[in-house]
Unconditional design. Structure first.
Length: 158
């Protein structure tokens, strides 16, 4: 993996008391992902996953006022229970996306490693430019992704 680029990459890392297999399921089972993926009071109202390199990763988020935000991307790497990489810069089948009206695109990397009875969870989001990274940070990357992770953990414990 490329070294961390502090002006381009945002990182959330935690040790959580959920095994890697449960975290993997939360990221790869559409019904499970919809329960935690968007920080409340937002919702994820639809999800499509074709879990293979080149496969689709599509979500539809809904704001509290009912506005929907569709997101579609492409998986780049799938290593069960260890690593999941996707990007919104490509559509399924690695077709380049036309990004109009999008403030930034990114490549997301979720890394899972067993630690004690839980998981070292690392979410790294790589941006094309510093403006995109700053915009994502300003819209609440750490708080939002952290709240979503808290929801994932709570759901996995049930």
């Amino acid at each position: 993996m490329d070294p961390l680029a502090p002006t381009l990459d945002l990182v959330l890392e935690r040790v959580i008391d959920v095994p890697p297999e449960a975290v993997w399921k939360a990221w790869t089972d559409p019904a499970t992902l919809m329960t935690w993926f968007t920080p409340a009071p937002w919702k994820t109202i639809d999800c499509e996953i074709d879990l293979r390199p080149g496969g689709i990763f599509r979500t539809v988020m809904q704001s509290p006022d009912g506005t929907t935000f569709p997101n579609v991307g492409c998986y780049l790497e799938v290593v069960p229970n260890e690593r999941l990489v996707w990007t919104g810069a490509l559509l399924p089948g690695y077709r380049p996306a036309v990004l109009t009206g999008v403030p930034f695109s990114f490549t997301g990397i979720i890394s899972l490693a067993p630690e004690g009875h839980g998981t070292r969870y690392t979410a790294r989001v790589m941006h094309a430019d510093e403006a995109g990274a700053k915009a994502h940070a300003a819209m609440g990357f750490h708080a939002g992704w952290g709240a979503a992770l808290d929801q994932l953990v709570a759901g996995a414990r049930r």
